[in-house]
Design a protein around this ligand. Sequence first.
Ligand SMILES: Nc1ncnc2c1ncn2[C@@H]1O[C@H](COP(=O)(O)OP(=O)(O)OP(=O)(O)O)[C@@H](O)[C@H]1O
Length: 339
Amino acid sequence: MTADETLAELSDVHVVFKARSGGLFTRDRVYALTGADLTVRPGETVGVVGESGCGKSTLAKVLVGLQRPTSGAVAFGGKDIWSMSASERRTAIGSTTGMVFQDPSTALNRRLPVRRILRDPLDVHRVGTAREREDRVRELIDLVGLPGSVADLLPGQISGGQRQRVAIARALALRPKLLIADEPTSALDVSVRAQILNLLLDLKQRFDLAMLFVSHDIQTVRRMSDRVVTMYLGRIVEQTPAEAVPARARHPYTRALFSATPGLLSPIDPIPLIGPVPSATRPPSGCPFRTRCWRADDVCAAEMPAAEIDGGEHLFRCHHPVPAGATDRELIGQAGERD
Ligand SMILES: Nc1ncnc2c1ncn2[C@@H]1O[C@H](COP(=O)(O)OP(=O)(O)OP(=O)(O)O)[C@@H](O)[C@H]1O
């Protein structure tokens, strides 16, 4: 793959935070993202799944340039954004990415009318004349299916679904090629979730947008994505073409995670895992999943496996991958035996 075909690329990205306790920093470190390699190509949707705290939001923030990696490279169109000057980086980020956050109530400035919220990125990046910016604001409102009358309203005067539409319009203001959507529907009423997802799908098609779609809702991730990234304790452990999950996923954790999703597979129990998720301040040596994995042995404690490729697009990092074609019933049997 050449840099031209790559919209955004993370190479061996690590993010380490200082841990906090009761609002104060402690000596501990949180390993939020470890050795992340990820490529996003024009027009594709990459879904990200994993348990709470596994690093999904950190990955999203790194990809949109909101979080500087502790080490590793983040490149847009082949250029490392953290080697650029601050103003070059702002331009690269603005023209490449837009971000939609989980909760539009907190993501939008509640004191500004919608018109100003949408004008803000255009003003900051000095896009066109004042007249052209006003025209663009009207266009954006229309694009996300809102009536023109919302322009003069404050975020508190419109519904949650409408607020998320405003947030999406703001993310699209600078015509980015990649939209990062971090749990874009989880703060919304169930009744409007499908509308927002359909809007995202529609916009993606109209503008050939690439998307990074983060969600706890595995069914939705599968529906929205071309590729599904599984994360566990700060690591990307598998990248699977969406049509291959769950049945052809090879990492034991991906299989366990999907088996716990109601309605996705046959109505049998999920694959049983042993014990809790370890702390991100003290991740296990080697493969981070080994402490809960029924297939783990001493090799797994020694080192993190290199990425294996199963047919071009499918990558997994596991010393003892699930055999291709293994059924959930077989895996449940194996995991149960370890208990
Ligand atoms: N600014 C920060 N300072 C310290 N620790 C942080 C910070 N941001 C995130 N973390 C920690 O980093 C780890 C990864 O967090 P992250 O928010 O990326 O996970 P997540 O998978 O998005 O979780 P969730 O699904 O609950 O939103 C967690 O242990 C979290 O507590």
